[in-house]
Design a protein around this ligand. Sequence first.
Ligand code: GTP
Ligand code: MG
Length: 238
Amino acid sequence: KRNVQYISTGVKALDELLGGGIETRAITELAGEFGSGKTNFCHQLSVMVQLPEDKGGLKGKALFIDTENTFRPERIVQIAKYRGLDPKEALKNIFYARAYNSDHQMLIIDEAKKIIPKENIRLIVIDSLVAHFRSEYPGRENLAERQQKLNHHIAQLLKLADIYNAAVVVTNQVIAQPDMFFGNPLKPAGGNVIAHGATYRIWLRKGKENIRVARILDSPMHPESEATFKITEEGLID
Ligand code: GTP
Ligand code: MG
C-alpha cells in the first residue's frame, strides 16, 4: 500500500471504523444534515493532527478554509485543553482562511502550496466544499460549469494531498431527494464529482441528544458499518 499515515479522530470507535483514522494522500468527505457535527469534526481534526504520533497525530499543522464563517477559536481552545495541548499554541498551528466565493476558495488552494511544506501542514480542511459553488451556479443550466469547476478544485486538492502527504477533509451538505439514497431520503450535494473525487465519504447523522452516528460510504476498503460518538464540550468523544 502507498505510504500513507492516519490522523486519529480522537474517537476509538470511529478510528476503528476508518481503519486507523483519517488517511493522508486522500480526500475524506464529511456529509450530513445541519447539526450532524461536520464543523465540530473539522475543529477536532485541526487539533488532533497536532498531537505527537504516539497520541494519534502527525505533529503537524492545519489549514482551515472556512466558507460559512463557522470557525470558532473557542472551540479549538476547549478541544486542545482536553487533548493536553497548550490552547494558544494549538490556535497558532491552525492557518485560517475565510473563502468569500468559489474563485477565492480555489485561489486559496492554489496559493496553499507555498505554505504547506514550509509550515508542515498535514491537514487541509474545507468547510464547506460545495456551498459557494452551489449558490453561484444554481440550477440545471449551470450544472456543467459548476461540475467542471468543482472537478478542477478536487483534482487540485488531491494533488496537494499526494505531494505533501496531507489529509484533506471536506464537508458537504446533504439535499433532499425523492428517491432513497442508501436508505436515507437525503443525499450529498455536489453530485458525481464528489462521488469520483473523494476517497472516503463519511455520512453523519443525528441520534438522541448529543449522540451522532457515522457510517462509511463508497469506500474501496472498508465494509459498510457504523460507529457512534458524542459531541461534548471536549469535542468528539466515544
Ligand atoms: P451545518 O454546518 O449547519 O450543516 O451543521 P454541522 O454538521 O456543521 O454541525 P455542527 O458541527 O455545527 O454541530 C452543531 C451541533 O453540535 C449543535 O447542534 C450541538 O448539538 C453540538 N455542539 C456544538 N458545540 C457543542 C458543545 O460545546 N457541547 C455540546 N454538548 N454540543 C455541542
Ligand atoms: Mg457546519
